[in-house]
Design a protein around this ligand. Structure first.
Ligand SMILES: Nc1ncnc2c1ncn2[C@@H]1O[C@H](COP(=O)(O)OP(=O)(O)OP(=O)(O)O)[C@@H](O)[C@H]1O
Ligand SMILES: [Mg+2]
Length: 398
């Protein structure tokens, strides 16, 4: 059985626009989908609706059953305080429909626990719960099934502590298979952290007495997960969730090389990230989880040009971009994809305005003045433009 990756999002209504499809054609193999568009164009609405439809499937309800259940619930509870919310959910079914590469979503309905479905909203900050004791794994499996991403992430430290404690039992019982699996998990986590922090000496230290984990960096700084900066925290929140989910699946299937399949939705992965990390985040997720389809909404040229296997769709222009994006400079993307008038800042716009005025007036003095006044800010191309205009005015005067 193959996992039903999304082949097309049929948007009937996302408040701002009606009746269009993302992309314009149905995908025949797994590709990531990246949504762009101006503020208020409907990106978050579309992600929310997809998350809703997938969570319904996860609860065992296909479209027909979902709609029927809601109608029956509303009918039987006409005066209930949740009535508005049920009616809204009924509306969600009208807003969007999903098409899948393998035709239908039965696999997800029948075996929800075998796949990863996660939705990361635009505002992310990890607030890991303090760990006081070891908990049962059943609790995690319950959370996993609930699809509650933020509740799940905040349990990350608990998850790590549990693993350490169970590892000790495994040593006592000489359970080599489990010891190896646990070691693989922590090795994998350390490698991922090293790659994120650009620190090949980073170690994850566990302090038994306080049930606390420290990231030990190469400059000897030690930080807990909760002390991380907003950027690292936002970045890690996504990876923590996926690493835990993948680990639970691998344990369940007793197959540590299992590549989990699924769909992960991320609203504005660029949140809090420096441009270089924006460029890395999706490729890292794709490398760690190659069988997961990403559906992402973004405003970032670094994000849209970071992934090879992606279709990019702009809600404002209803235009699909694809491979040329990878070979484009950020400034080209700003103009061609994000629809800005030019690649310059408003400060540079003013300089360009002054240059054009001086050229119209044939004023070499003014051009020279622009060169001197803006000496510190001129890009090589603007400097060249001014110098060549001076030469050209000069040669006309001869
Ligand atoms: N519950 C609602 N009822 C009515 N209109 C809504 C509702 N939720 C969102 N909208 C409107 O739908 C439009 C799309 O909003 P959405 O948040 O999806 O945009 P977006 O593309 O994610 O924008 P941004 O880039 O600013 O995050 C907006 O005009 C918004 O005001
Ligand atoms: Mg949004």
């Amino acid at each position: 059985m193959t996992f039903p990756y999304i082949s097309q999002i049929v948007v009937n209504n996302c408040y701002t626009y009606q009746n269009f499809r993302i992309p314009n054609y149905e995908l025949s193999q797994i590709r990531h989908i990246i949504l762009t568009g101006k503020n208020g164009s409907g990106k978050t609405t579309i992600l929310n609706r997809i998350a809703f439809l997938l969570s319904q499937l996860h609860d065992g309800k296909d479209r027909e059953k979902g709609i029927n259940d809601l109608k029956n619930t509303i009918r039987a509870n006409m005066k209930h305080s949740l009535r508005n919310s049920w009616e809204q959910q009924l509306q969600y079914y009208n807003d969007i429909d999903l098409k899948y590469i393998e035709g239908n979503a039965n696999v997800l309905i029948e075996h929800p626990e075998d796949y990863i479905i996660s939705f990361f909203k635009a505002h992310r900050k990890v607030d890991l719960k303090e760990v006081e004791t070891v908990t049962k794994e059943v609790e995690f499996i319950k959370l996993f099934k609930q699809n509650d991403t933020s509740g799940f992430i905040n349990q990350f430290k608990q998850y790590l502590v549990n693993k350490k404690v169970y590892e000790a039992f495994d040593y006592m019982n000489s359970n080599d298979l489990k010891i190896n699996q646990s070691k693989l998990f922590f090795d994998n986590l350390t490698l991922t952290l090293r790659s994120i922090f650009k620190d090949d000496q980073l170690e994850l230290d566990f302090v038994q007495e306080s049930f606390e984990f420290y990231l030990k960096l190469k400059d000897d700084r030690k930080v807990t997960f909760n002390q991380l900066s907003e950027g690292f925290s936002a970045y890690l929140s996504i990876l923590m969730d996926l690493l835990m989910r993948a680990d639970l699946l691998r344990k369940d299937k007793i197959n540590y090389s299992l590549e989990p399949e699924g769909i992960v939705l991320i609203d504005e992965p660029e949140t809090h990230l420096h441009l270089s990390m924006q460029y890395e985040i999706l490729p890292l997720i794709n490398k760690l989880f190659p069988k997961i389809q990403l559906v992402v909404a973004t405003h970032s040229p670094a994000i849209i040009s970071s992934l090879k296997n992606a279709v990019i769709y702009d809600l404002t222009s209803k235009d699909g971009a694809s491979d040329w994006v990878l070979g484009s400079s950020f400034s080209e993307l700003m103009i061609k994809h994000f629809g800005l008038e030019n690649e310059y800042s408003s400060f540079a716009d003013k300089i360009i305005f002054d240059i054009n005025k001086a050229v119209r007036e044939n004023s070499i003095d003014n051009l020279r003045a622009i060169l001197i006044e803006n000496d510190r800010y001129l890009t090589p191309s603007l400097r060249l433009e001014i110098e060549s205009q001076i030469i050209s005015i000069n040669s006309r005067a001869d």
